[in-house]
Design a protein. Structure first.
Length: 166
């Protein structure tokens, strides 16, 4: 009889030990899944970002640019309209051009990638919302970023944004 009690106690201790070990491993494994990315922007996005910065500096425009901006970070929705918030919660633009020093949003730049269906569906939602919020949306084809036509279009849009807010 005592042998059975001792065996059950040993079995309970082994199960308890293994359970605590497994829960510690799960927490540790979950935390080990997070790694810092090597780059914030893709090659195309980085090229566009560099050109936007260069154009702003060369034209001495009172503007700043922020990459990967969520709509909820620069658009206001009323608290009582939860659906409006949820509609834009996971939507973003590739770049947001703001007036310095007040950081007033003026222009949103969206890199169009027709191969990315989710991004294109997002654009269908973003476009009318930005229009309603009076933030101009500039759509740029990914292939155009590597051409001079991008710089010309960018200069026009950035100068327009400065004149609009003067």
């Amino acid at each position: 009889m005592w042998l059975i009690v001792v065996a059950v106690l040993i079995l309970i201790l082994i199960v308890a030990f293994l359970y605590t070990k497994m829960t510690k491993l799960k927490v540790k494994d979950e935390l080990e899944t997070y790694k810092c990315k090597d780059y914030l922007l893709t090659k195309t996005e980085k090229t566009a970002f560099d050109k936007i910065i260069k154009t702003i500096e060369e034209n001495k425009l009172p503007l700043s640019v922020f990459p990967k901006m969520r709509l909820v970070d620069f658009l206001w929705t009323p608290k009582e309209n939860r659906n409006a918030y949820l509609k834009i919660q996971s939507k973003f633009v590739d770049f947001l051009v703001v007036q310095s020093p007040h950081l007033h949003p003026l222009l949103a730049i969206f890199i169009v990638n027709k191969e990315n269906k989710a991004k294109m569906q997002s654009l269908e939602i973003i476009e009318p919302i930005l229009n309603a919020a009076n933030v101009k949306l500039v759509k740029i084809e990914a292939k155009d970023i590597f051409t001079d036509s991008f710089i010309k279009k960018l200069e026009e849009e950035l100068k327009w944004a400065c004149q609009r807010n003067s």
